[in-house]
Design a protein around this ligand. Structure first.
Ligand code: CO
Length: 209
């Protein structure tokens, strides 16, 4: 008996339920995964990729970190993107942020939070790029939620600027990058309508090759 036995117990029940509904489900998934989507989202426990879009295991490839940041030199995130587009050949990459994001909120204050402040510098950069727009908003909640949206938009750009995504576009294979934001308050996703699906949509300075 361990303190986490209830999780193992829940797992057994879940697996039995899934198998009852579809006896071949696990056998089929064990052969291969064939997801069409890569999800890059926040680690927040209230924003679980599969559940939000009502998808089963096998349908969505997922990378999550604090405040859904895509850093040009983050080998972890870049490796996920490379595997997703080159091996799994996903057709869509979705960067999904959420309103009220604790990571974005933390970036907005000037207190010392330890090591994580280095990670949150990426969010502070987003704030700096859009300082005038953020400053013009009166309400703190409005500032936070707009910054959550702007952060998604910046991370969509960062995905598009990777050599990995550009290499796919040069082959002519369809690949789109999308920016969404999720509301924890009502469970609804909003498309920020910043989708990018080709080299001609990114600034010349970022085009490689
Ligand atoms: Co968050």
């Amino acid at each position: 008996m361990t303190i986490l036995d209830h999780l193992i117990e829940q797992n057994r029940k879940w697996a039995a339920r899934v198998k009852q509904a579809d006896p071949e489900f696990f056998a089929r998934l064990a052969q291969q995964q064939n997801p069409e989507y890569l999800w890059i989202g926040c680690s927040d426990s209230r924003v679980p990729a599969n559940q939000i879009v009502d998808m089963l295991p096998g349908q969505i490839f997922v990378h999550r970190n604090i405040a859904n940041v895509v850093v040009h030199t983050d080998l972890n995130c870049l490796s996920v993107i490379q595997y997703a587009v080159e091996v799994l050949r996903v057709k869509h990459i979705i960067v999904c942020g959420h309103y009220g994001c604790g990571g974005v909120q933390t970036a907005l204050d000037n207190r010392d939070h330890g090591l994580i402040d280095n990670w949150l510098c990426n969010i502070r950069d987003v704030c700096r790029y859009h300082q005038a727009e953020i400053d013009a908003l009166r309400d703190e909640r409005e500032k936070l939620n707009r910054l959550c949206e702007l952060n998604v938009i910046e991370q969509v750009s960062n995905v598009c600027h990777t050599t990995i995504v550009q290499a796919v576009w040069r082959t002519g294979r369809p690949l789109s990058v999308h920016g969404w934001v999720y509301s924890i308050e009502d469970g609804i996703l909003k498309d920020l309508e910043v989708s990018v699906s080709g080299l001609e949509q990114i600034p010349g300075i970022f085009r490689i090759g």
